[in-house]
Design a protein around this ligand. Sequence first.
Ligand code: SAH
Length: 436
Amino acid sequence: MPPYLLGLRLGGRRVLVVGGGRVAQRRVPALLAAGADVVLVAPEITPSLEDLAGTHEIVAAGEIAASEAAPPRDRAAAGGRLTWLRRPYEKGDCRGAWLVQAVTDDAKVNAAVAAEAEAGRVWCVRADDADASAAWTPATGTVGETTVGVLAGGDPRRAAGIRDAVVDGLRDATLEARHSRHKPVGVALVGGGPGDPGLITVRGRQLLAQADVVVTDRLAPRELLDELAADVEVVDAAKIPYGRTVTQERINDYLVEHVRQGKFVVRLKGGDPFVFGRGAEEVLHCAKHGIPVTVVPGITSAIAAPSAVGIPVTHRGVTQEFHVVSAHVAPDSAASTVDWPSLGRAQGTLVLLMAVERMTVIADALMRYGRSPDTPVAVVQDGTLPGQRALTATLGTVADEMSAAGVRPPAIVVVGDVVNVAREIDMIRADMGRDP
Ligand code: SAH
């Protein structure tokens, strides 16, 4: 038969705990948190129970009877009271208790406690023998006002695992969000991070879990979409039908259309929505149509891809600046607004996005304007994703190395002495013989 799960409101009610070992150590704080008057009977208790007892009152054995008639008090706010009776269990200890925990390491004592409780019609939990126990302790967790309790047919490990999953879901709101009373409206422009699904923000994940429609980019973390409920409409922005030149307008219109249908739309982008992501164009468009937009920043690949391979974009004593550059047009193109001569002269780290196809002309420009051919360079493809790979070279060799290695977008190119910091860390690890 399945057990019947209850939530006991223990404020001011006596709970007898017999035994002062590891099990008691786990249960007593939860009982106190629920406001119980805990009477702990044990000749010896663990140091941490002793600490707890130290902050609560300890009364002599005789006094317990005196308080017996006291009515339950509301201790919800105050937390409970702990009374330690420094002696072995004695028949009669269960009297006056609403709940008993038999948690000694002696099965005979536990059985005696359980028998007394049973005779007095008091619920008793036995820690050592689930079958002989009148009540079971669920694995519990509390997030805000919600408390979950899980019993898994007497398998405490499985119960704890399920509890963890539910609590995690409540914490990052992926679980509750779909059932939330307050559904967001309009559009959320969410930065999905560089690719690893663990690198989206908590806010981004919450909003994603509440979406009716998700419009994604090629670089938005795909794994996050697998978690969405079946009724969520997922649209690939690249596949929204459009004439060649009006992609962005078509996406903009799509967002507005769906919000007007009463849907909450999440626009999921790779990295940060405002770093070469045209995110602000979508915000402007929505603003013109009176549609509210929540912008959720994301971890940009400009910083995350280097750090995923141990390269810090700044490092004390090496550089005080880093420049993030879109290299989607060649330096000598009329369409380029990047000040390549300054970047050539500058000492700081350069982080180049969308540079794969043009690395030869970019490296040439940087060397022409002053950077040494020996400047260390790293290339990180598919940063933070399962297929992540990296190569290191110099400004003089990087273009050839990239084509030899067959580097493909998306990739980040990092130029500067910070690349050596990662090597230094690797060398120290190797020297210590514990390269992880
Ligand atoms: N808004 C994004 C950047 C969009 S531009 C962000 O903040 O990360 C697209 C470029 O980003 C790609 O061409 C590549 O240079 C870079 N990029 C995005 N994700 C990447 C990843 N996981 N690894 C390496 N580079 C990445």
